[in-house]
Write a protein that binds this ligand. Structure first.
Ligand SMILES: Cc1cc2nc3c(=O)[nH]c(=O)nc-3n(C[C@H](O)[C@H](O)[C@H](O)COP(=O)(O)O)c2cc1C
Length: 369
């Protein structure tokens, strides 16, 4: 059998060995609050590469200090961070996976506690900072952000450009711009967070301007060979007042023209109390719509947990590849397991682990189907 999920995918000059990819997963684990990734990040990301992932994406990595989600999030705004990432990238490459980085700015959702140690905004004396946004509108009960001025917006674009340069110096193969989940670029896109009346707000073209500036700048830095992804929230789940799938489809076409290669399709995160109809593969229809209506490659993510489910999504052309988050954390060897379940003979079982491979175990009932 030749599985669609295990068929390599080439974007520009980069080939991923399969289409089962690791979604960005915040770890809140830079204990020194300096944005430098640690051994935790090496083991966390490295285990997915060892486990056979085609592409391993870093968690949201801040392009500027105040772009972090929490004081414990990693960054790539200085050379010390770049060099720490380089070690992790080198291990990922050694295991045969593509190394990708999600470049991010949290905007009004920055300066928060980590999930397990509190809620809301971290005060300055504990390492927090004043947040910025398109408009002075708070996210839920978080601190009110300051609306960015022209100079502040220019610094954001420069921040993404410099971060892209450092990411390439660290050896990353793929760059992703994070424009989803209610973070800064999504805040600019959504009329629920952006009430500006200048050229960075108003109609769709104004609200999309910052994202397009960022993508053009990152493409300029990346040159022609490096694939560029954009993660979007395809809807705020607040219709018709919020950001919608139709808006996303239009902007995806503009992103393609601006040099993006793939839309990593998620949803939600802009407001705290949206009702989201979650369920297996619940965001797949959004990815399919973007892929079919915008003519850009698109990936699906969200409650994709099973080899046959992932295989069917890719084989039917609903998505070019799948990102998986929580199931990878439950089982970092998910691709090795999925290949076995799909009867696919992959050539990258780690040699050190050969004696553990399922094929060397006596067959059990479910292995025979
Ligand atoms: C612990 C955790 C951290 C996450 N961090 C990020 C992140 O840094 N960037 C991002 O775009 N999405 C992040 N997400 C969302 C995931 O990438 C993914 O889209 C989501 O979990 C749905 O996929 P899943 O059902 O396979 O987990 C995070 C999710 C979890 C559970």
């Amino acid at each position: 059998m030749t599985s669609a999920l295990f068929t390599p995918l080439t974007l520009r000059t980069v080939e991923a060995r399969n289409r089962l990819w690791v979604s960005p997963l915040c770890q809140y684990s830079c204990e020194a609050q300096d944005g430098v990734p640690t051994d935790w990040h090496l083991v966390h990301l490295g285990s997915f590469a060892r486990g056979g992932a085609g592409l391993v994406m870093s968690e949201a990595t801040a392009v500027l200090p105040e772009g972090r989600i929490s004081p414990w999030c990693p960054g790539i705004w200085n050379d010390e961070q770049r060099d720490a990432w380089a070690r992790i990238v080198s291990f990922i490459h050694g295991q045969g996976a593509v190394a990708a980085i999600q470049l991010a700015h949290a905007g009004r959702k920055g300066s928060t506690h980590r999930e397990w140690s509190g809620r809301g905004t971290v005060p300055a004396e504990e390492g927090g900072w004043p947040t910025v946004a398109p408009s002075a509108i708070a996210f839920g009960d978080y601190a009110e952000p300051t609306a960015l001025d022209e100079e502040g917006i220019a610094a954001i674009v420069d921040g993404f450009g410099e971060a892209a340069r450092r990411a390439l110096e660290a050896g990353f193969d793929v760059l992703e711009v994070h424009a989803a989940h209610g973070y800064l670029l999504h805040q600019f896109l959504s009329p629920l967070a952006n009430t500006r009346t200048d050229r960075w707000g108003g109609a769709l073209v104004g609200r999309a301007r910052l994202l397009l500036h960022v993508v053009r700048r990152v493409r300029e830095v990346a040159g022609p060979d490096v694939p560029l992804f954009v993660r979007v929230s395809a809807t705020d789940w607040v219709e018709p007042a919020g950001w919608t799938l139709d808006d996303t489809v239009t902007v995806a076409q503009w992103l393609r023209e601006a040099g993006a290669d793939l839309v990593d399709t998620s949803t939600g995160g802009l407001i705290p109390d949206a009702t989201i109809p979650t369920g297996p593969g619940y965001q797949v229809p959004h990815a399919t719509a973007i892929r079919e209506r915008s003519g850009i490659a698109a990936t699906a993510v969200g409650m994709i947990v099973d080899a046959r489910q992932a295989e069917a999504l890719v084989a039917s052309g609903k998505a070019d590849a799948v990102f998986v988050g929580r199931e990878f954390m439950r089982d970092p060897h998910l691709p090795l397991r999925a290949a076995h379940e799909l009867g696919e003979d992959i050539g990258y079982w780690p040699p050190q682990y050969t004696r553990a491979s399922w094929r060397s175990r006596p067959a059990v009932a479910h292995e025979e189907d």
